[in-house]
Design a protein. Structure first.
Length: 541
């Protein structure tokens, strides 16, 4: 996409000085350059406005940047110590409080755009040796008397190669027939080539393209045809069914691990299932909405599990069904979600904790209308997240003590300030600001649970991130034909996303699951993403 004309930048202080010199009729050479920049800025703006597709909103975004939930460091807010007085904070103090920690800034400074070699876990490695030289030999420079030695630090060169999703190989097998008995003798396939029409690598490629990259089957079919290796959509779905069937024992083991987890993030997003829509038209269904529930579970061992469930049930009901597998001796898990009632349906006991990111979003949306009041809340939430960043590397008990000592007073003053707003009638309860403040009051117990119990997260962002692939799938594929197709997607996406969360190569992992179905069915726990090791399995075989 071609970039528009670059807008020259000019400091406002320079313009004020230029105006004074114009009044005094004392122009210098640098003033001429400043006037030129100002005039060119005007020309650029006029040029942009003359374009038919340039609206005021787009022009504003181009000049000032697109608005996100990240606040500007100069936003109007109030300091923690003056919440009850309503005083305005010093912008410099707010800028200082909103900056990243020194460790984070150093980490950002070290980024240079290149990936480390260890990140290419699935790349094939080939050792290249010198053909002319070897360690211990004399230096090839005639004037040098030194010897060559191995530095043990090879020069890394990474080459990328492309190919179609599926590659077709045609074996033309010679056929001989007896002239007397008419028996046919077909030549054998080359050594190492099996009679299987679809190799495991082909099945994995289809699954990762569809449920990993979220490409619809019809697009994959079109691409394969354009590459000269046509494969129909129905065949691709059948191959995906085969993979799901073979991976089912591992998926069930994964659900059992999730049921015994200690922290569970849950959320919903809409999904369209055609068979459910047809049922709704044929009969008066009690519930018409269909959703995909996303659950991200942290186990007691620190592993992460992503689970998806599509259908008429909401996240709370799907979690309740999952907890039926939970071991009786374990206490209730921690559930983190937003305050939507659908997330809290179910009868199984759980420790309820609610999301500060959702609470913060309500004030971000109305900050332009209520800058002072929203600044108070956002400043307090920002401090809490700053203290959370300081807890990295701490044990759970140390994290709790840190928040009690640092975040506790901030939260207490914030709620005192909110009560004063309503008692002194400084806020209209039915306004958008009043409703946002009431939200904090209604859910205070769940929002502040992290101040009284260990291992309570601050927000539900893991579930939000886990649902992004589902949203992308919905945008690309539009719908599922029936609940069976949705269940296939839930199973395969759960495995792929769990691999990503645990930094496991999904390609190699799925190939391992398909390599020996008997081993997978006999001991599925050995094939969980964090347990499997391809080399160890091959050695054991």
């Amino acid at each position: 996409m071609a970039k528009g004309p670059e807008i020259p930048t000019t400091d406002s202080a320079e313009i004020e000085i230029l105006i004074e010199r114009l009044k005094q009729n004392k122009l210098e050479r640098r003033d001429v350059e400043l006037i030129e920049r100002l005039l060119r800025t005007v020309l650029v703006l006029v040029n942009l406005l003359q374009r038919k597709n340039m609206s005021i909103k787009r022009l504003r975004d181009l000049i000032f940047g697109r608005r996100t939930e990240k606040r500007k460091t100069g936003s109007v807010s109030q300091p923690e110590d003056n919440l009850e007085e309503g005083a305005t904070t010093d912008p410099g103090a707010e800028r200082e409080s909103s900056e990243k920690s020194q460790h984070q800034r150093q980490a950002l400074a070290q980024r240079h755009g290149r990936r480390a070699t260890v990140q290419y876990r699935g790349a094939k490695k080939i050792e290249c040796r010198h053909e002319q030289y070897q360690a211990g030999a004399k230096c090839p420079e005639t004037a040098c008397s030194g010897r060559l030695y191995d530095t043990r630090r090879p020069n890394i060169f990474i080459q990328f190669r492309g190919q179609p999703i599926l590659e077709g190989v045609i074996f033309e097998r010679e056929v001989l027939r007896c002239s007397a008995c008419q028996d046919r003798y077909v030549a054998s396939l080359p050594e190492g080539v099996s009679e299987t029409r679809y190799e495991a690598s082909a099945d994995v490629a289809i699954v990762l393209a569809k449920y990993g990259a979220k490409l619809p089957f019809y697009r994959l079919a079109q691409m394969q045809e354009s590459c000269g290796v046509p494969v129909s959509e129905s065949v691709m779905f059948e191959r995906s069914e085969q993979v799901a069937d073979r991976a089912l024992p591992v998926y069930l083991a994964l659900k059992q691990e999730a049921a015994n987890g200690e922290v569970i993030h849950t959320d919903d997003t809409p999904v369209k299932i055609l068979s459910c829509l047809k049922e709704d038209q044929e009969e008066d269904a009690e519930r018409r909405a269909t959703n995909t529930s996303g659950m991200v579970v942290k186990t007691t061992a620190g592993h992460l599990i992503a689970l998806y469930a599509s259908g008429r049930k909401h996240a709370g009901e799907n979690l309740d069904q999952l907890l039926e597998r939970r071991a009786e001796e374990l206490g209730p898990p921690i559930q983190m979600a937003d305050a939507l009632a659908a997330n809290w349906k179910g009868n199984r006991p759980r420790i309820a904790a609610k999301c500060w990111a959702h609470a913060r979003r309500k004030f971000i949306e109305i900050e332009e209308s209520f800058p002072l009041a929203c600044g108070v809340v956002l400043e307090a939430i920002g401090k809490v997240y700053g203290y959370e960043a300081e807890t990295r590397g701490m044990r759970a008990e140390e994290r709790l003590e840190h928040h009690q000592a640092r975040s506790g007073p901030v939260i207490a003053k914030l709620y005192e300030w909110i009560e004063q707003q309503f008692e002194q009638r400084l806020v209209e309860p039915n306004s958008s600001l009043g409703q946002a403040l009431r939200y904090l009051q209604r859910h205070r117990q769940e929002l502040t649970k992290f101040l009284s119990l260990v291992k309570i997260p601050l927000d539900n962002n893991p579930a939000e991130r886990a649902l992004k692939p589902v949203v992308l799938m919905r945008k690309n594929s539009m719908f599922y034909r029936n609940e069976h197709g949705a269940s296939i997607s839930d199973l395969l996406m759960s495995l792929i996303e769990s691999c990503r969360l645990n930094k496991v190569d999904a390609w190699d992992y799925l190939l391992t699951l398909l390599s020996d179905t008997a081993k997978v069915r006999s001991n599925p726990r050995a094939f969980l993403p964090w347990n499997y090791r391809r080399a160890e399995l091959e050695d054991a075989a």
